[in-house]
Design a protein around this ligand. Structure first.
Ligand SMILES: *Cc1c(COP(=O)(O)O)cnc(C)c1O
Length: 366
């Protein structure tokens, strides 16, 4: 028996469908890196990795510890750590993780460590900043990077990459194409002087959709795996992967003038039936969804959230819904519902998914 009532179901077939959808749009020899950072966008990184590992070439995580979790679960695929820190270097090597080296400080630290051990041909990745101004070397750093690499046989550059600023926004097409061209120029210089040709990648999910001409050797798919592509037509081709379900714990019949929840935020103006559901803001259901901004589904009908969202509970209006204590509640099970929640919370589906707390039980459906 499962002790948890609030469960996030992960649909393995939907994840595979989404992966194949992008695969079909790419050249047959373009490699795929699956981004499983932040617990696989709020799902379960290890489970997602197990689902897709035979169909992808690489995984990426943000931090070293996320990579360790995959290795400890027996995942053998190469893992790129997008945002490592100097103090992680020995651990990265111990777990055969592959660091993104984004500035001279960590680049030097890694090369020094590699020569002390010594390592032989250890795979590293180098990131260039082409406009995001977040992480990455500048194009002017190329000569110094090459000079330093030429002195080392301890590492091998597995890939050179960059990240688009606004791949989902076609109003920024000119900026994006410029970014891609600048990146291509950096690559040209590196290929001329390094002596070998590392893999190249710049596209995320929306990049694959809008700029397939820039797929180079590999693409990095994150949100697309999880059913979203930042464009309605494309999202419609993808399948929902995250479904959050719970049950009705209790039903109250409330008389006019009575209130529901903290600070009496909902006031009944007619006889009202409210249902209490064991999921709250500590689980990632934003307080912005209270006061009828959000809804859940009970017996196929929308039930608005009334009053304030509590830490561990929400109350919904089920006056017109035939239901009883113990019935199933769908908090969401469709991308449109997640997008609606994101809109009401003034955010994007990425934040709704990654904000689902670890308290919620994850369950994979095959
Ligand atoms: C998170 C991330 C991705 C994935 O982006 P999506 O929009 O989710 O596909 C790709 N590359 C980098 C560098 C990232 O940080």
């Amino acid at each position: 028996m499962n002790n948890h009532v609030t469960v996030l179901e992960i649909d393995a077939n939907a994840v595979l469908h989404n992966l194949n959808y992008f695969k079909q749009r790419l050249q047959p020899d373009t490699k795929i890196l699956a981004v499983v950072k932040a617990f696989g966008y709020g799902s379960d990184a290890v489970e997602i990795a197990k689902i897709v590992k035979d169909n992808v070439d690489y995984f990426a995580v943000a931090y070293c510890n996320e990579g360790i979790a995959l290795r400890e679960a027996g995942i053998d695929t190469p893992i790129l750590v997008l945002h490592p820190q100097i103090q992680n270097i020995p651990t990265i090597v111990k777990y055969r993780l592959e660091p993104n080296l984004y500035n001279f400080k960590i680049f030097e630290a890694f090369l020094n460590y590699a020569s002390e051990v010594p390592l032989m041909n250890y795979p590293i990745h180098i990131k260039f900043n082409t406009g995001l101004n977040r992480l990455g070397f500048w194009h002017t750093d190329v000569p110094n990077i090459i000079a330093r690499l030429k002195k080392s046989s301890n590492v091998i550059v597995q890939s050179i990459f960059s990240h688009l600023v606004a791949s989902e926004d076609l109003n920024e097409q000119e900026f994006t194409i410029n970014q891609i061209n600048n990146f291509a120029y950096i690559i040209k210089q590196i290929y001329e002087h390094l002596g070998y040709e590392p893999m190249i990648h710049i596209l995320n999910t929306s990049g694959v959709v809008h700029y397939p001409q820039a797929q180079f050797d590999m693409v990095r798919i994150g949100i697309g795996l999880y059913g979203f592509s930042n464009t309605p037509n494309e999202t419609a081709q993808l399948k929902n992967t995250h479904s959050l379900k719970s049950i009705i714990s209790q039903i109250h019949n409330i008389q006019p003038g009575e209130t529901v929840g903290y600070n009496r935020a909902f006031v009944a103006n007619k006889p009202t039936r409210s249902a209490t559901i064991p999921v709250g803001h500590a689980d990632g259901i934003s307080r912005k969804l209270g006061n009828k901004n959000g809804f859940v589904i009970v017996n196929n009908q929308p039930a608005p959230i009334i009053g304030n969202v509590c830490m561990d509970m929400i109350m919904v209006d089920v006056t017109k819904i035939d239901c009883k204590e113990g019935d199933e509640v769908i908090i969401f099970n469709h991308q449109q519902h997640i997008e609606y929640m994101a809109h009401k919370c003034e955010t994007i589906p990425y934040e709704i998914l990654t904000g689902l707390s670890q308290r919620i039980k994850r369950l994979v459906k095959h």
